[in-house]
Design a protein around this ligand. Structure first.
Ligand code: TRP
Length: 361
């Protein structure tokens, strides 16, 4: 069986370093590994609209931002199909049919949907489209017969829901759909990188994100004002590592080779942490080190972004071509689904020629 990747992001803002360590970096590695037959990367605008009905312009503007972030991280249109969800109408058709395979109770139990409903204070006023987006996500994944879905941990309930839909479809109709597997980050800190203020989640409204498109100066400013250990007032004081954002970011970004280049007095992160815990190591020194580490990772991304920004029509062209390719694959799966569901009347010569009419039944 071929190995196929599908994943995507909602275009509600520029992508930040949490997206990067949580999924983007891994996707580029998978794309370049040569182990996958196809890679599909989707900008999930239709899903973003399910809770942004009043903000169509925001979604529209962020399509290009997300595409630029993708390309500058190294997703390569020669190796991966980059496309826009709303342009593949087959996904809506699949969603409609899958709706018959899922109960309201099952959707209500989906932990991600539950948490999001709470976060948005939707309660009784949940749009049906939002409530059912796990079904549409199952359509996204199965339309491409994806075997592997690289995502953050928060998306696991979506993959589980998809697997249930696949099993049900294949049992009721016939073995058309493929059960996908989620691929989550190996490094636990990468699953949920906190904001620069130490809050659990990076979010635009909290102003605590480092964006991939930030200038070198902005990145430095954000790092130098990062939340550390509020009890570590003087350099000589012993410090805490847990909940100390600077060390969490080092856990996510730093390699041993960074010490040779930027902080040769220490062999590795464990030594640095030990010194901080003992006392005698100041926040500024650790922050400067983190700044070197992150700039090294982000600079090539930022430079590639500047190049891609010079030709925006070409980015739209890449997305259009990708959407055309994606549509062909989705149409093929939809045809198989309709055949399995016996709603392919006009393709069925046997039915048309030999239809028997039953009287008196
Ligand atoms: N739900 C994902 C997010 O919020 C985006 C998404 C939509 C997705 N369809 C998908 C991810 C299919 C993986 C596979 O980021």
């Amino acid at each position: 069986m071929s190995k196929i990747i599908l994943t995507g992001d909602r275009p509600t803002g520029r992508l930040h370093v949490g997206h990067y360590v949580g999924s983007l970096k891994r996707r580029v590695e998978l794309q370049n590994s040569g182990e996958y037959d196809k890679t599909f990367i989707m900008i999930a605008d239709a899903q973003a609209l399910t809770d942004n009905i009043e903000n169509p312009e925001k979604i529209r503007q962020n399509i290009i931002e997300v595409a630029l972030d993708y390309l500058s991280c190294g997703l390569d249109p020669a190796k991966s199909t980059l496309f826009i969800q709303s342009q593949i109408s087959e996904l809506c058709e699949l969603t409609f049919y899958y709706m018959d395979l899922v109960t309201v109770a099952r959707l209500q139990r989906n932990p991600t949907v539950k948490a999001e409903i709470q976060m948005r204070n939707f309660e009784a006023s949940i749009p049906v489209g939002f409530f059912t987006y796990p079904i549409s996500q199952a359509a996204d994944i199965t339309a491409f017969k994806a075997t592997t879905v690289p995502v953050g941990e928060d998306q696991l309930p979506m993959i589980e829901q998809t697997r249930e839909i696949v099993r049900k479809f294949n049992a009721v109709y016939s073995e058309v759909l493929v059960e996908p597997e989620a691929l989550i980050p190996e490094n636990a800190v990468c699953m949920r990188l906190p904001g620069t203020d130490g809050k659990a989640k990076m979010s635009k409204s909290l102003g605590n994100c480092i964006y991939l498109a930030d200038t070198a100066d902005d990145v430095k400013k954000k790092i130098m004002s990062m939340y550390t250990d509020p009890e570590h007032l003087q350099v000589s004081d012993p410090g805490h590592i847990e909940g100390n954002t600077v060390f969490t970011y080092l856990d996510a970004f730093c390699l041993e080779e960074h010490f040779e280049r930027y902080l040769p007095e220490y062999a590795n992160l464990d030594e640095l942490k030990e010194h901080y815990k003992r006392g005698g190591l100041g926040d500024v020194k650790v922050k400067k080190f983190l700044n070197h580490v992150m700039q090294e990772e982000l600079e090539p991304i930022r430079n590639r972004r500047k190049e891609f920004e010079k030709d925006i029509p070409e980015i739209y062209n890449i997305l259009k071509k990708g959407s055309d390719t994606a549509r062909q694959t989705a149409a093929q799966t939809l045809a198989e689904v309709k055949e399995a569901m016996k709603i392919n009347y006009f393709d069925d010569a046997e039915l048309i020629r030999n239809q028997t009419i039953r009287y008196g039944e």
